[in-house]
Ligand binder design. Structure first.
Ligand code: PEP
Length: 254
């Protein structure tokens, strides 16, 4: 059965105040939901422990990035081992901002996925095309290659820890969202690629990300291959994040 996930990527935003104000509210609201949604909060690494202690068992916590290495002389890096040690269950890998601003390649993504698999952590692997690639009719080809290369090292039980987030680059933080039809088509195509790779494709949760808001989440989540969302800006506003969690249809587990 696929997990229904709404994950909030705080990016490089947040403070002790935000943690205190947002997490308790989200916890109390999400605990009364009966739609089976799993809420995941992904703050900057410095706040992971604070979020974890306020979130209790009801909300999962993640990191936005992990190193390609297990430990050692890599100043500034955070390892998958540390993420696990601090109570994280999830990590983002290959977010488009990491790819664009920090030169992460599909090979880097594969290395990070391997680190997460070695710790039994869930990898939310982000893929997506740029506007130029979409306009050139290359969107599916680009996304398919990112999935194949980034997940090339995954096999067997490892697939249970894989979540793929389709985030068209042109939709992130822009207020532009893919139409539900376009998002569904790409999710279906990703599931086909996973199947071709020998993965239990129907069991893998696929999230949509890119300007998801309270007023467009329900239409996206109603699509058969969209199992939830990766939320940036709206995850910093407690009520908006909760509304997006509420937009998950009840009984929609596949
Ligand atoms: C993101 O950062 O992954 C994201 C989807 O951002 P936003 O929701 O702000 O577009």
């Amino acid at each position: 059965m696929r997990r229904k996930i709404v994950a909030g990527n705080w990016k490089m935003n947040g403070s002790t105040d935000l943690v205190e104000n947002l997490v308790g509210y989200v916890r109390s609201e999400v605990s009364s939901l009966d739609n089976g949604v799993e809420a995941v909060i992904i703050p900057p690494a410095l706040y992971v422990r604070d979020v974890k202690s306020l979130a209790g068992d009801r909300i999962s916590v993640g990191v936005q990035n992990v190193a390609c290495w297990e430990s050692g002389a890599y100043t500034g890096e955070v390892s998958a081992v540390m993420a696990k040690d601090c109570g994280c269950h999830y990590a983002l890998v290959g977010h488009s901002e990491r790819r664009q601003l920090f030169a992460e390649t599909d090979a880097t993504v594969a290395d990070k996925v391997a680190q997460l698999m070695s710790q039994g952590l869930n990898a939310i692997v982000c893929v997506g095309e740029t506007l130029a690639e979409r306009e050139a009719g290359q969107a599916e080809e680009i996304v398919s290659a990112q999935v194949r290369k980034g997940l090339a090292g995954v096999s067997g039980d490892g697939w249970q820890n894989i979540v793929v987030a389709y985030e068209p680059v042109w939709a992130i933080g822009t207020g532009k969202t893919a139409t539900s039809d376009d998002a569904q088509a790409m999710h279906r195509s990703i599931r086909k690629v996973l199947e071709d790779m020998g993965a239990p494709a129907e069991e893998i949760s696929l999230l949509y990300g890119g300007s998801v808001k309270a007023d467009n989440a329900a239409a996206l989540f109603a699509e058969p291959d969209i199992d939830g969302g990766l939320i940036g800006g709206a995850s910093l506003v407690a009520k908006d994040f909760v509304s997006i969690c509420q937009a998950m249809p009840a009984g929609s587990e596949s």
